[in-house]
Design a protein around this ligand. Structure first.
Ligand code: PGA
Length: 249
């Protein structure tokens, strides 16, 4: 079973509207003809620009968060319908920064995954352990629990549409990458969890990314590991040359 490698950028709270337009023009030229799939997840204010600038290119566009309600009195929030109407096809759900700073819980992550699937948006579902959890030896249990709750109510037919991103919190933005083996080991645990819930075919078809200080120097080796199908890239996705190297890894 071959799973196409996905290089996904997570811009986080970076780049203004004008900076985004300029960056994407450059990126589109730089990654033209790349074999791997390319996604950039950008702030809400950059979505329209990103969609326009990527038209006719090999770059897809995603959002970084959304609300799970359809509409209503939720000041400051964005609904799935708003994203769909713009043409957004992917959404990051449950990033550790959302969980830590904005009280995102496993329960709301699950509601968002269900809403995204209902609206035909591909969820990029994030999970991962803290340094303390790793040192306590509960990484596998923790990540399995996050995945099981996040996928509650997701059908077998839908589960393979979900992209899972394993991001150890201690490796995010720290320059401290998990070793290839550490990263692959947890991605294999996640695949095994999918197998347990949905069977072998679903497990083999589901894409699992690694994220946490992926850069031009380590992407190739990480992406060549048996259970890693690409990367969710923060800092290094903000530089055209570096992200291009990762895309071609
Ligand atoms: P980083 O971020 O590549 O800057 O470590 C990854 C992420 O948070 O998705």
């Amino acid at each position: 079973m071959s799973r196409r490698v996905l290089a996904a950028g997570n811009w986080k709270m970076n780049k203004t509207h004008s900076q985004a337009a300029e960056f994407i023009k450059e990126l589109a030229l730089s990654v033209k003809g790349a074999k791997n799939e390319i996604l950039i997840c950008v702030p809400f204010t950059n979505l329209e620009t990103a969609l326009r600038e990527t038209e006719g290119t090999n770059i897809s566009v995603g959002a970084e968060n959304m609300d799970y309600h359809d509409s209503g009195a939720y000041t400051g929030e964005i609904s799935a319908d708003m994203l769909v109407d713009l043409g957004v096809k992917y959404i990051i759900i449950g990033h550790s920064e959302r969980r830590e700073y904005y009280a995102e819980s496993d329960k709301t992550v699950n509601l968002k995954v269900l809403k995204a699937l209902e609206k035909d948006i591909v969820p990029v579902l994030c999970c991962g352990e803290s340094l303390e959890q790793r040192e306590d030896g509960i990484t596998a249990e923790w990540v399995r629990m996050q995945i099981k709750i996040a996928l509650k109510g997701v059908s077998k037919e839908d589960v393979t549409k979900v992209v899972i991103a394993y991001e150890p919190i201690w490796a995010i933005g720290t320059g401290k990458t998990a070793t290839n083996e550490q990263a692959n080991e947890v991605c294999a645990v996640i695949r095994d969890c999918i197998k347990e819930l949905y069977g072998e075919d679903a497990a083999e078809a589901t894409r699992i990314l690694y994220g946490g200080s992926v850069n031009a120097g380590n992407a190739k080796e990480l992406f060549s590991m048996s259970d890693i199908d690409g990367g969710l890239v923060g800092g290094a996705s903000l530089k055209v040359a570096e992200f291009t190297t990762i895309v071609n890894a």
